[in-house]
Structures are given as structure tokens and as C-alpha cells.
Design a protein around this ligand. Structure first.
Ligand code: TIH
Ligand code: FE2
Length: 292
């Protein structure tokens, strides 16, 4: 199975309309009935949503808002130290609230004038073709639940903090937003599942977990590093390899741990040259050659 699929909690929609999110026994919220009820209620919002409709309003609890506020506070300082300038500037332009979880509609309304992106709600795993394909049209699928309050610094499960603080701030940058769009066009263009998986691996090692040098320092631009105040303190000590399409496409990764192999670009120009150009032009044949 494709690596990223491992961590999305399965969502069952019953005929009576009830929705049940199946958390693994190792999930920090597994034994917390209040959290489980919240996960079910929030997943239900996304079921039956159609593109073009507003994203349903999620009513968050005070405790959930506090998790957002805590993580925002922890990350703000770390972003100044570890995030690429393009991200820090985009985050400032976007202006997300720091004291409460914003609604996805609100985030879309902030993003649209900057780069045209809008959020779509996701109850759980969205099929790869759909998830990546709609990026070409300026849509980004997002979960609406928040991580369990007992482990705020990292979650293997993409939550609203990851989707909005990690991806949302990145999508406020014109240059990064264009990279997301070309990734989407690549996903629409390729035909085989192998080629699609290759495209998504490049996405994983760049827009999710990419790093680059800036003024001789290693900085992060990947949303998965930028949404975890635990992982962001560790990335500089990882195995840092040169940006290489064939190597990224062949790497396996474990979504449940801090990423121990990262690929570094020399600059945003370099990332656009190598990865942007690849997504802009790749097809099944060119990907086959890179996989050989
Ligand atoms: N590990 C990230 C976080 O703690 O914010 C979330 C994820 C990124 C990519 C997959 S899961
Ligand atoms: Fe992500």
C-alpha cells in the first residue's frame, strides 16, 4: 500500500448517517471518549460535501482552540529560526488567527485573493488521484479535526494544524502555490498508478518535507516540518541529500516518525528548476526512465 495511506484513520459512514472514525489503539486519543466523539462529529461534516459548496462550519471546543493557540505560539518562534523567508513572508500576508482555530472557509477567503487556492473538506484519506489532481484547479483537501491535546508537538496524522499552518501559509506564497498547481497538473497527466505514486513521492520529499539552503543555513519549506514544533527542531540533524528526482521517487518513508532522510535544494529557484519543471512536463515515459 502507498505509504501515506497507512496513517489515515478509516472512516465508516453508516446507512443511518452516523460516521465512525476508527482510531488505532496506539492513537493518543484512543482511550478518550470525548475526543473520539469529536472525531466522529467532525468527520461527518465532510461526508457528502460537494466541490463548490461552502465547507461546513466545525464548532470547536475551548480545549481544541487552546491546542491551536499553543502550537501557533510554539511554532511562531521556530518559523523565524527555521523556515524559509518565502514562507515567513507568506504567513505574514495570510494573517491566520493565533488564538483560535479558523474555519476552512475563512482560510479560503484569506487565500483566494493571494493565490486563488480554496480548501475542500476531507473526512479521511482522499484517493491520490483526487487529492493531487484538484491542486491544478486551486483546491486543497483538508481534514478539520485537531490533534489530541496530550501530544501537541507532533502527530503522524494530518490534522487542521498541519493543513492550515503548514500548507495554508505555504499556499499563500505565489511561488509555492504555483508548484502545488504544477504537481496537480502532473497528477492529472500521468496514467499509471506507478507514475502517480512517483509524482506523489516527489511531493512528499519537497512540499511535505523539503528543506533548502538560504544564506548558508538549512531552512525548511515542507509543510510537515513546519507544522510540528517537535520535528522542526530535529531536521538539521537528519541525513540531508541533494535534490534528485530518481532518488526521491525510489525512497520509502515511514509517516509515523520524524523523517530521517531529507532532500535539500540550493534555493527556491533550484527547486522550481528541478521539481517545477519535472511536474510541468513529466509523463509516464519520462517517469519510467527515472524509475529504471
Ligand atoms: N507530522 C505533522 C505534524 O505533526 O504536524 C503532520 C503530518 C505531515 C505529513 C504527514 S502527517
Ligand atoms: Fe500534508
Amino acid at each position: 500500500m502507498f505509504e501515506e495511506a497507512q496513517y489515515f484513520a478509516p472512516v465508516a459512514a453508516n446507512e443511518d448517517g452516523s460516521v465512525v472514525v476508527q482510531l488505532a489503539a496506539s492513537h493518543p486519543g484512543f482511550a478518550d471518549p470525548v475526543y473520539r466523539a469529536r472525531r466522529n462529529a467532525i468527520a461527518a461534516l465532510a461526508v457528502g460535501h460537494r466541490k463548490g459548496d461552502p465547507v461546513p462550519h466545525a464548532e470547536y471546543t475551548e480545549e481544541e482552540h487552546q491546542v491551536w493557540a499553543l502550537v501557533t505560539r510554539e511554532l511562531a518562534a521556530k518559523h523565524h529560526k527555521y523556515a524559509v523567508t518565502e514562507f515567513v513572508n507568506a504567513a505574514e500576508e495570510l494573517g491566520l488567527p493565533s488564538d483560535r482555530i479558523p474555519q476552512l472557509e475563512e482560510v479560503s477567503d484569506l487565500l483566494t485573493p493571494l493565490t486563488g487556492f480554496r480548501y475542500l473538506p476531507a473526512a479521511g484519506l482522499v484517493p491520490l488521484r483526487e487529492f493531487y489532481g484538484v491542486l491544478a484547479d486551486g483546491y486543497f483537501h483538508s481534514t478539520q479535526y485537531i490533534r489530541h491535546h496530550s501530544v501537541p508537538f507532533y502527530t503522524p496524522e494530518p490534522d487542521v494544524i498541519h493543513e492550515v499552518i503548514g500548507h495554508g501559509n505555504t499556499l499563500a506564497s505565489r511561488r509555492f502555490a504555483e508548484l502545488y498547481r504544477v504537481a496537480g497538473r502532473a497528477a492529472q497527466r500521468v496514467e499509471t498508478e506507478e507514475a502517480l505514486e512517483f509524482v506523489s513521492k516527489i511531493f512528499w520529499f519537497t512540499l511535505e518535507f523539503g528543506v533548502m539552503t538560504e544564506n548558508d543555513e538549512l531552512k525548511a519549506y515542507g509543510a510537515g516540518i513546519l507544522s510540528s514544533y517537535g520535528e522542526i527542531e530535529e531536521f538539521r540533524g537528519m541525513d540531508i541529500r541533494p535534490l534528485d528526482l530518481a532518488a526521491m521517487g525510489a525512497m520509502h518513508y515511514d509517516i509515523t516518525k520524524y523523517q530521517d532522510v531529507l532532500f535539500a535544494a540550493h534555493s527556491l529557484d533550484h527547486l522550481e528548476d528541478v521539481v517545477g519543471s519535472f511536474w510541468a512536463t513529466c509523463d509516464d515515459d519520462s517517469i519510467d526512465k527515472l524509475r529504471a
